[in-house]
Ligand binder design. Structure first.
Ligand code: AHR
Length: 655
């Protein structure tokens, strides 16, 4: 009997007794808007790493389209190597490489076949545009059979191209794919007796982002659009610096005719030998003009970063002599003219000739990436002085070295004060604990001085033994970033820009992880980190609101992190709360001074019990935002925070 009673009590305790949760109260002072939040606060960092540009967002499907790779046939399959000729006509001292495809003695068709970037992503039912730079070298009535082949070599699309002449010209044909393939190839076969020369073979989906010619892969650009980014930083990253100065990023070589853009090796080709990517080059089809157009299409401020006369200090660290800095200074001045100048100016005219007579309204220029030491400052000063003198309204972004602290960092911060500079670019790739423990990082920064651009950051979880490419973008990493970002928002008077890095990675061709967005040739997946960024960037607000618990800012006590903002234009209040503990928590939020315009608050929640969980291309919805509502009682809101969760609370207040 007693035993039965005890069992009954035990079961009651287990199933009937209400669970007791730790309760916390926080106060959001809804009627005390503080520092303004810069419209540029949450942006994106773009670098051509992990096949982000060629093979990624740049929608070109042909790799090595002008045969300019050091191995002219890299990316190309030819059935009879001996029959193909690679010709380099140096008619005007420049390389003009082309391929000669002759017919065979037999009745068999000779062809060239492009393998794309680890295959081509072809969608059944979609249209593709082939552009061929070609001429007839020999013979009459020649035509070309153009086919898309799936991974088994079966045609999934066919078309004919005729009317070839003995003059070089660009022929265009649009055709539809009848089936989908993630690893398709493009085959061009010669019909008739003779030979045809090719200097350019390009294949794009007709459907690009905003239907731009030479445009961006729509699904990847739409993901960027979903972030409503305040700025687009480009082109990197270390890619700005180069292993040595010859291989630095030179924007002038990335504008003008596509054929004229000078290909160079991508530094990430050889940077990590354990992730060697021998077929990684920069075609610059996505060059500075396209970056500006993309910024405009995204409604983001363009933020170009320029080389400052220094190669990557982790590589050669080559320096331009101080008395040979003119070329770097001129690059900066000319870039501003290219972006903003009158169409009668040299570079403004080029912008207009490329199809954009209106200025791009460039406001920011970054000088140098992760440089350090007095060598950086000496070079920086020369460029900054020239830019300030000619364009006093341009905001200058300086580097602070490759890490978030230490001698190099401290030295630059100290030296930069009082110099011609506006924003200091800080980079940190740290473990999740660092992010949780540094939510107060900017609380003690000097006010009213240089602003911070948190230009590259990501929480790095050590998990090399996990095979899935996207695994390092696990929930622990994203949760720690969400916690940390409360500190960025709270300090919006100091931090004016922030961007996660890197942005993109191809699952079959990456060098660096974690990354914000992963993709293959057909699909893309947003990581939990992406959703964290998105909840901040799409609910930014115009002013910081004070948030406290027991009179203290909320930055880790009881494993809670919180920040809030007000959108003065709409009256909406956005509260971001992270519960980093393994336990659920009851949270009472008191919005003091709130004049509610609705009885309910809208909630968006990211939560996951398994901190190692992540999204994949096949399971993209393991961790995604969930919507809910909660009733407001007067100015109070009671929330049940799930373990390890990030919640956005959206409250409508009267304007
Ligand atoms: O984001 C990847 C690399 O990290 C960037 O190129 C560089 O700036 C940093 O070291």
């Amino acid at each position: 009997m007693l035993k039965n009673l005890m069992t009954g009590i035990f079961l009651w305790a287990l199933f009937v007794q209400p669970q007791v949760f730790a309760q916390s109260t926080i106060t959001v002072q809804a009627n005390k808007p503080g520092a303004e939040i810069s419209p540029t606060m949450w942006g994106v960092f773009f670098e051509d790493i992990n096949f982000a540009a060629d093979g990624g967002i740049y929608a070109e499907l042909v790799k090595n389209r002008s045969f300019k790779f050091p191995d002219p046939l890299m990316g190309w399959k030819v059935p009879f190597r001996d029959s193909i000729r690679v010709i380099n006509s140096r008619i005007d001292e420049k390389d003009h490489r082309y391929l000669r495809l002759p017919s065979l003695k037999s009745t068999q068709l000779n062809y060239i076949q492009n393998q794309g970037f680890r295959g081509m992503g072809i969608h059944g039912g979609e249209s593709y545009r082939l552009v061929l730079g070609s001429r007839v070298a020999e013979g009459n009535n020649l035509s070309l059979l153009v086919e898309l082949l799936n991974e088994n070599g079966d045609p999934i699309s066919k078309t004919q191209l005729s009317g070839l002449t003995t003059n070089w010209d660009k022929k265009e044909v649009v055709f539809e794919a009848t089936a989908t393939s993630a690893k398709a190839n493009l085959r061009i076969s010669l019909q008739g007796k003779g030979a045809v020369d090719f200097n350019y073979v390009s294949l794009f989906p007709v459907n690009t982002f905003k239907n731009r010619p030479n445009g961006m892969r729509a699904d990847l650009a739409e993901l960027l659009n979903g972030l409503n980014p305040g700025f687009l930083r480009f082109p990197g990253g270390c890619i700005v610096e180069g292993h040595h100065l010859d291989l630095r990023y030179q924007w002038k070589k990335t504008v003008g005719d596509l054929d004229e853009r000078e290909l160079i090796i991508n530094r990430w080709n050889t940077e990590f030998m354990h992730r060697h990517t021998p077929d990684y080059y920069q075609s610059f089809g996505l060059g500075f003009f396209e970056y500006f157009v993309l910024s405009e299409d995204l409604g983001a401020e363009p933020l170009p970063i320029l080389n400052c006369g220094m190669a990557c200090q982790y590589n050669t660290g080559e320096l331009a002599p101080l008395d040979e800095m003119e070329v770097y200074i001129q690059d900066a001045l000319d870039l501003i003219e290219f972006a903003n100048g009158d169409t009668s100016s040299k570079w403004g005219k080029l912008r207009a000739d490329m199809g954009h007579p209106e200025p791009f309204n460039l406001k920011y220029v970054g000088i140098g990436n992760e440089q350090w030491g007095h060598q950086y400052l000496e070079r920086y000063d020369l460029i900054a002085a020239a830019v300030r003198a000619k364009y006093p309204d341009i905001q200058l972004v300086t580097g602070s070295g490759p890490s978030a602290d230490g001698d190099r960092f401290d030295y630059l911060w100290k030296e930069l004060k009082g110099r011609q500079a506006d924003l200091v670019d800080e980079h940190y790739y740290k473990d999740p604990n660092w992010f949780f423990n540094n939510a107060r990082r900017y609380d003690s920064y000097e006010r009213g001085g240089l602003k911070v651009f948190a230009g590259e950051y990501a929480s790095h979880v050590r998990n090399e033994n996990i095979k899935e490419a996207t695994s390092s973008n696990c929930w622990l990493a994203a949760l720690s970033e969400a916690a940390y970002m409360t500190g960025l928002e709270r300090n919006a008077d100091v931090v004016h820009m922030a961007s996660y890095a890197p942005l993109f990675a191809h699952v079959d061709a990456w060098q660096w992880r974690p990354d914000l967005i992963w993709f293959d040739n057909l699909k893309a997946v947003a990581t939990p980190n992406y959703y964290v960024q998105q909840l901040y960037s799409t609910h930014s607000g115009t002013n910081v609101l004070p948030v406290s618990a027991d009179g203290e800012i909320v930055a880790g006590q009881d494993s809670l992190y919180a920040s809030a903002s007000l959108d003065k234009n709409t009256g909406r209040i956005y509260l971001k709360v992270v519960n980093a503990s393994k336990e659920a928590k009851e949270l009472v939020v008191n919005f003091t001074g709130l004049k509610p315009a609705a009885k309910e608050a809208l909630l968006t929640e990211l939560a996951e019990n398994d901190l190692t969980k992540f999204n994949t291309l096949d399971q993209p919805e393991n961790i995604i935002p969930q919507k809910d509502k909660a009733a407001l009682k007067g100015t109070k809101l009671s929330l049940m925070l799930k373990p390890q969760s990030f919640v956005l609370v959206d409250v409508a207040g009267k304007k």
